[in-house]
Write a protein that binds this ligand. Structure first.
Ligand code: NA7
Length: 561
């Protein structure tokens, strides 16, 4: 096992003669990486390749990021396994054997652990250690990062990489009386490692996004009674998960590089298995549309929304796809009142589409009840249950499937303080502003991976992560080679980028509903569309920025002191 590198020979201590500087309890490295999910793991691999000294701090007791925490029943990826994996090492992608079309959470964790072991990365990761804050010192040109947990203290670094993930800060709604509840309370995004025994219990699930929709059918089969509290009905399409076909596995692995290159050209950096039809729904006849929707419904998952090219562009076309799903719900759910309550009315796809295994069928079970809380929100929680519209629903367990303070939550919990003592929360008071989703003006040598303003959650996260990490690693190598000590996004470049992200979003139907893409799920969060649509154009722009000498960034070296 190789420990993290010692400080690189090019390390610029930046201490002027006579300055001592209080020694930081955890010393100094070139690079502090926050988080040991897919992003932090790969960043540490590249840092080691570059000969940089680094430390990775991870609050969990294991690696995997969102996949470490989301252990709820039925947790599963919605991107094809052969696409949702690293591509930086051909031997790795050849040797790893996925068992299912859509990998389950435990299988993804096994993959993560395999990568760490295979590339000998464990020595650089400190688990059970929370990064609490980070402050930039302009004189020393160093970040001071404070930690708590297995290693409590502070560490100085030249660079700070926030690999904190987009879906890692659980949203626990502040419902009156929650503390008085006499039973057990869980959140899908912070699930106990030992699982939860639902046998014989009356269970409430609050929230019907992806996590609720994956877990509800399983909890229903285990619990004595299940009450589902639904604020907004979500669209879900059958996942049609199955064992990974060995013929497909062999075919992809025979030409994995070409497969990845093709994938890279997809707007979402995945989707080879479910190509988008170039036709427009509003130009097809009703019979053609229904036939196409039925085929795609049978195929399942992403295939459905890719039936036509204009679903997220034309309200009329979107309406056809939405009505087809409502029709399926009405045919599947026997009780007409429940069926109507389950019928979503928003734009299909403006919140992330969900994929299920037997979700709508679950509401035909005698032990399952649906309670709408859109017009009559949960009033309070009492020791014995949940009160809605003056009715007490008695339960023994409450499961919050209420999602995340997405994309910015974990960054703002750290709330780094940049130049002039400005905190990230102040800089982002009106919503997150970044350049390329990678850098924030006023926060030199700090990078966000898959941050707001990058494709991230609208694309294949692993592909986005590798593209980001490679871009950052190239920049760090450039800085080492040219004796550049600081890099910082220019304010004008940030403003232009934010405008670009907004323009792209507003040319689609994405901003039309209260999604976590917009921060609308968190009370008081500024309503700003955070991810950028279109991976290939984004990656090309990043390349151009680098080729043009890091256009939009200020690079400072020894001669600019
Ligand atoms: P989501 O998709 O954000 O879903 C959260 C659900 O919880 C959704 O139905 C919300 O209703 C509901 N919610 C949130 N806050 C409340 C309160 N205060 N009261 C009642 N109901 C509430 O999170 P998931 O964990 O399911 O999925 C996150 C992503 O993980 C998913 O998109 C995939 O990318 C994987 P709302 O719709 O806001 O009315």
């Amino acid at each position: 096992m190789s420990p993290p590198q010692a400080a690189s020979p090019n390390s610029d201590t930046a201490l002027k003669a006579g300055e001592t500087g209080a020694a930081d309890s955890l010393g100094e490295v070139d690079l502090v990486i926050v988080g040991a999910g897919f992003a932090g793991i790969y960043m540490s691999y590249r840092a080691r390749q570059l000969g940089l000294s680094y430390r990775v701090f991870e609050r969990g007791s294991g690696a995997g990021g969102t996949w470490f925490w989301n252990r709820y029943p039925g947790a599963r990826c919605d991107v094809h396994s052969l696409e949702y994996s690293y591509q930086f090492d051909d031997a790795l992608q050849q040797e790893w054997q996925w068992t299912e079309k859509f990998a389950s959470q435990p299988e993804i964790l096994r993959y993560v652990d395999h990568v760490i072991e295979r590339f000998d990365l464990a020595g650089g990761i400190t688990f059970n250690t929370h990064v609490q804050g980070a402050v930039y010192d302009e004189v020393r040109r160093r970040w001071t990062v404070t930690t708590a947990g297995d290693e409590t203290g502070s560490i100085r670094s030249r660079f700070l990489v926030l690999a904190t993930g987009c879906l890692s800060s659980a949203n626990r709604p502040g419902i009156a009386g929650l503390d008085s509840f006499g039973g057990d309370v869980y959140h899908t995004g912070e699930w106990p490692h030992d699982g939860v025994d639902f046998a014989g219990k009356r269970v409430a699930v609050i929230g019907t996004g992806s996590s609720g929709i994956q877990s509800i059918p399983i909890i229903a089969t285990e619990a004595a009674h299940l009450t589902v509290f639904q604020r907004t009905a979500a669209y879900t399409v059958p996942a049609r998960n199955e064992p990974l076909d060995p013929a497909i596995d062999a075919e992809v692995k025979a030409a994995y590089t070409e497969f990845r290159a093709k994938d890279w050209q997809e707007s979402s950096a995945f989707g080879i298995f479910d190509p988008r039809s170039p036709e427009h729904a509003n130009q097809a006849s009703p019979a053609e549309r229904n036939e196409r929707y039925e085929q795609r419904w049978q195929r399942g998952s992403w295939s459905y929304l890719r039936s036509y090219v204009d679903h997220i562009l034309s309200e009329e076309s979107n309406g056809y796809a939405a009505e087809f799903v409502r029709d399926k719900i009405r045919k599947t759910v026997q009780d007409p009142t429940t069926a109507e309550l389950l019928c979503p009315t928003t734009i299909i796809g403006c919140k992330r589409l969900c994929f299920d295994t037997g979700y709508y069928e679950t509401f035909n079970r005698e032990n399952v009840e649906l309670v709408g809380i859109s017009d009559t929100p949960i009033e309070r929680i009492e020791p014995t249950g949940v009160v809605v519209d003056d009715t007490l629903h008695e339960v023994d367990i409450i499961v919050f499937a209420t999602g995340f303070d997405a994309m910015t939550g974990s960054l703002l919990k750290i709330d780094p303080v940049g130049k002039d003592g400005t905190s990230l929360s102040t800089a982002w008071e009106a919503g997150p502003v970044t350049y390329l989703g990678l850098s924030v003006a006023g926060f030199p040598n700090m990078f966000t991976i898959t941050g707001p303003g990058s494709p991230s959650v609208l694309a294949n996260m692993i592909t986005c992560i590798e593209q980001h990490v490679n871009w950052i690693a190239d920049l760090l190598a450039h800085m080492e080679a040219k004796a550049i000590h600081t890099v910082e996004a220019e304010t004008q470049a940030v403003a232009a980028w934010v405008q670009h992200v907004n323009n792209v979003a507003h040319s689609t139907l994405f901003p039309s509903c209260n999604s976590w893409y917009l921060g609308a799920n968190i009370p008081g969060k500024p309503r700003v569309f955070m991810p950028l649509l279109g991976f290939p154009a984004y990656a090309q722009r990043c390349d151009e920025v680098a080729e043009q000498g890091y256009e939009g960034f200020v690079l400072r070296g020894a001669d600019s002191i």
